[in-house]
Design a protein around this ligand. Structure first.
Ligand SMILES: C[S@@+](CC[C@H](N)C(=O)[O-])C[C@H]1O[C@@H](n2cnc3c(N)ncnc32)[C@H](O)[C@@H]1O
Length: 398
């Protein structure tokens, strides 16, 4: 192969099962650059890339073909899911700029993604922990020697933490404590009255502003199913993640807290890491981007089992578009939102606590739900006064 037909740059992609490789393929395919804060991968999106699966590498090696033949689409950047063949790929493409990108996440997040995979395949949530393949892969989690194990001579390695959106680079020195965080009871040094939107129940214990417990417990019972076994849950505008942690208390397999405020995200991540919660945090502005979808093996999309939109819809620029987006990527949506009479959302409703925000009539909620092939299962009041907030439960009609 002539030098001119080789890619300019080769990215050797590494990571254990459920570290995010299939997910990366989907992110690149759909051009979701806002989910990545990793220059090497963003450059691949900009310049044009070819993604090569590990199966193709194995076939190439078994057929004794040169690995350079994998680069067949003339793309500037070749991304090779290399697994144990990283050194061979580096050697084959020595004439190109070669960089290794290793995807990592806290061990409990990887574990949660793997559990989810088996639940998606139909294994009962309670049976996954004893499922033979799940147990067998336990030996394949990255451990304390991961940096040394992944090293490829003369190739620079970029480490990427895929636990949260956007994915970020981490330094080599941070790899071990990222993948193996130390368990501790969360120390919450900030004044909870300043920080908390909610009081949080994590692992069954309450943290934060205890005066809010009756109110928040009432909301949790009004919003969440009694059991969430095996479910995937996204809380949109989820603040410090209180409803994600509570969904996990009730058995959820994986939850995502989508939130624009950094102190709230930081606290959610700190609690997630210190208490080994299967919760990811997404820094996404709903006014600019769509809701993230779940990706399973080989880029297959999966709907969220439940999306929560609690006291958020009235604050976005285009509530209809945001609600329709939730209906597109989920099977069940719970909305808590300010109420008004009439046919269409409006602002400046008399007597409202937040007159400058949107208020929604139930008939509008029903029309949007039905347009997305959802039915209004119930309209309820939680602990808020009904004239301030109503809770809508919208279920997909199959
Ligand atoms: C009123 S709070 C509701 C918090 C929580 N869902 C609850 O009901 O207790 C609204 C939350 O949505 C977040 N938020 C507001 N606008 C947003 C946007 N455009 N994108 C993402 N999050 C947003 C805010 O930072 C805030 O935490």
């Amino acid at each position: 192969m002539s030098k001119s037909s080789l890619p300019r740059r080769v990215i050797i992609l590494r990571g254990t099962m459920a570290s995010g490789k299939s997910h990366l393929e989907r992110i690149l395919k759909e051009g979701e650059a806002h989910l990545l804060n990793v220059p090497a991968l963003e450059e691949a999106l900009e310049c044009g890339y070819q993604f090569v699966h590990i199966d193709a590498v194995d076939v190439c090696l078994a057929a004794k073909q040169p690995l350079q033949s994998l680069a067949c689409q003339g793309a500037e950047v070749l991304i090779v899911d290399a697994c144990i063949h990283a050194a061979a790929v580096a050697e084959a493409f020595a004439e190109c700029e070669v960089e290794q990108v290793v995807l990592v996440a806290p061990r409990h997040i990887i574990k949660a993604r793997r559990r989810l995979r088996y639940i998606s395949e139909g294994i009962a949530p309670a049976a996954v922990d004893a499922w033979p393949n799940y147990v067998r892969w336990d030996a394949e989690y990255p451990g304390a020697n991961y940096v040394a194990e992944c090293a490829v001579p003369d190739v620079q390695t970029t480490w990427v933490n895929t636990a949260d959106y956007p994915w970020v680079r981490i330094g080599e020195g941070a790899v071990v404590w990222t993948i193996l965080p130390t368990f501790s009871w969360p120390v919450i040094s900030e004044d909870p009255k300043d920080l908390y939107q909610q009081v949080l129940r994590v692992g069954g214990a309450w943290y934060g502003n205890h005066g809010r417990i009756p109110f928040e417990e009432g909301r949790m019972d009004a919003v969440l199913p009694e059991r969430c076994d095996g479910m995937t849950v996204m809380d949109v505008g989820g603040s410090e993640g209180g409803f994600c942690f509570e969904a996990v208390n009730r058995g959820a397999a994986y939850a995502m807290d989508l939130e624009i405020r950094q102190p709230q995200r930081d606290l959610a991540i700190r609690i997630r890491n210190s208490m080994y919660q299967p919760v990811s945090v997404a820094d996404i502005n709903l006014d600019d981007h769509d809701l993230p979808t779940l990706t399973m093996e080989h880029s297959e999309r999966r709907r969220w089992d439940m999306i929560l939109m609690l006291n958020i819809l009235h604050r976005v620029k285009d509530p209809k578009a945001v609600l329709q987006n939730a209906l597109d990527v989920s099977n069940y949506v719970v909305v808590e939102a300010p109420y008004c009479m009439g046919d269409a959302p409006r602002k400046h409703v008399e007597g409202s606590l937040y007159p400058e925000t949107w208020h929604f009539p139930p008939v509008w909620m029903k029309t949007v739900a039905e347009g997305g092939m959802f039915a209004v299962e119930s309209i309820e009041t939680g602990p808020y006064a009904p004239e301030q907030r109503l809770i809508y439960k919208l279920r997909r009609v199959l």
